[in-house]
Design a protein around this ligand. Structure first.
Ligand code: FE2
Length: 387
């Protein structure tokens, strides 16, 4: 065991970032909605490969003629996969332009009307005015505002609702229920924005959402021989919602952020980091089910790990050979260490991917791994001819 008592980080409801403002209290992430070309097949992928469970459904059978939505869950993570049912739906326009991707990050609130009023009065562009939806289980109030690109934050108030997901959905029972892989909750979600736009969006999250910038990485820290990026991490007051924001930076070759912006045709969600408390089991299962990860860092990376941890007075509880065989990376800071690994993009356009993360005390984002990670991403960019 480690010298210091290292445990998974549990951010309580208490305010941990003193500069954050209280006008928008957020209880957590409610759901993430993807717009996809074929929701039925996407739902199957998230079940069979990522271990999500069938949960709720909306579509022709429930009287919705415009689109079909499949909701899948794993512990606290809810993913909604939505596809349009005719060519006139605006959902099509989104898919034509961006490909499959994240449309909505829904945030769980006590009062959705107030959340919408507080944010729109501070300059947020409305996506959906406060709307009450009802069924026999009660009512849900939702309201939405645009963030970067065409991405939306939806505020969800469900204190008067006892149904499974949202009014209009039916529970989705399936005979195919693959085992979960141990994914627990969304740790953070990263957005890519355009050249010189990072600080614009940092200010937006500060002014409109009351978030604070608690970590920054500039292009001197995040670069390889070829490409660079800059990143600032925004958090709400209780630390439950963390949105790092990246922008590309000049390098010898094309930044991975620029590659994303080219293929997504604008700003959007780059990756969703999902937490596990047993990354070895989780990644073993994901690999067995066909999830592809970025290439494993070289031998010398793993040889340097024990010293990197000792520098911060920590000891690794896991077997390093096992971590190496699975391609899991390790980073440390004063408070502990973290284990992380990144998937390849989960669609054909090199856009959205997932991160699997296990925090053993550390509250960072793996800055010590950026170089190894980016070299790995560049090997993929090289294969795509986009470096
Ligand atoms: Fe991340």
């Amino acid at each position: 065991m480690s010298k210091k008592e290292l445990k998974s980080v549990d951010y309580g409801l208490e305010k941990i970032f003193e500069d954050a403002q209280d006008f928008l209290p957020l209880l957590g992430t409610d759901y993430v909605e993807f717009y996809v070309g074929n929701a039925k097949q996407a739902a199957h992928f998230y079940k069979s490969a990522f271990g999500f469970q069938s949960y709720a459904y909306k579509g022709l059978e429930t009287g919705c003629k415009e689109y079909a939505s499949y909701v899948v869950v794993q512990d606290k993570i809810r993913i909604v996969l939505t596809t349009p049912l005719n060519s006139k739906s605006p959902i099509n326009d989104h898919i034509v332009k961006h490909g499959d991707g994240v449309k909505v990050t829904a945030l769980w609130v006590e009062d959705a009307r107030k959340a919408w009023e507080e944010t729109t009065s501070r300059g947020a562009k409305s996506f959906m005015e406060p709307t009450v939806e009802k069924d026999e289980h009660g009512e849900v109030v939702r309201a939405g505002v645009y963030t970067y690109g065409e991405t939306v934050h939806m505020f969800v108030e469900r204190k008067n609702y006892s149904g499974a997901f949202l009014p209009g959905y039916t529970s989705w029972e399936s005979e195919y229920n693959p085992e979960p892989v141990g994914l627990k909750f969304i740790d953070h979600m990263v957005g890519n924005v355009g050249w010189n736009e990072m600080d614009v969006w940092v200010k937006w999250y500060e002014d409109v959402m009351g978030f604070v910038n608690f970590l920054s990485f500039d292009d001197k820290q995040i670069h390889t021989e070829y490409s660079a990026l800059m990143s600032k991490v925004m958090s709400n007051g209780n630390g439950r919602i963390k949105f790092p924001i990246n922008e590309p930076a000049e390098g010898k070759k094309k930044s991975q952020i620029e590659e994303y912006l080219d293929f997504y045709e604008g700003p959007g969600v780059q990756h969703i980091a999902v937490a596990t408390d047993d990354i070895i089991t989780t990644v073993s299962k994901l690999r067995a089910r066909g999830i592809e990860f970025l290439s494993t860092p070289p031998e010398e990376y793993y040889r340097a790990v024990p010293q990197r941890l000792r520098d911060h007075d920590h000891e690794l509880a896991e077997d390093i050979e096992t971590l190496r065989s699975l391609g899991i990376m390790i980073d440390a800071d004063e408070e502990g260490y973290l284990l992380q690994i990144f998937t390849k993009p989960v669609e054909d356009r090199p856009t959205l991917f997932f991160e699997i993360i296990q925090r053993m005390g550390a509250k960072g984002f793996g800055a010590g791994n950026f170089k190894a990670l980016f070299e790995s991403i560049e090997r993929e960019q090289e294969k795509r001819g986009t470096l």
